[in-house]
Design a protein around this ligand. Structure first.
Ligand SMILES: [Zn+2]
Length: 61
């Protein structure tokens, strides 16, 4: 497997998932799925995922 950089935390990672062409490490993936809306990181993840979507949609159009 290739070594990739996590879009959320910039950590180098072999595992994790590719979401719309962007790599997310296992830790961040777990965080995103389990995060509480009151958590300070929630807004950060929400904003990042919005950006990933916008970039993805810009690519396919
Ligand atoms: Zn990460």
């Amino acid at each position: 497997m290739d070594l990739k950089v996590c879009k959320m935390c910039n950590k180098l990672d072999y595992e994790g998932i590719d979401l719309l062409g962007v790599h997310i490490c296992e830790e961040c993936e777990y965080d995103i799925v389990n995060i509480d809306v009151k958590d300070i990181k929630y807004e950060y993840y929400k904003t990042m995922i919005k950006h990933i979507w916008i970039e993805y949609l810009a690519c396919i159009n």
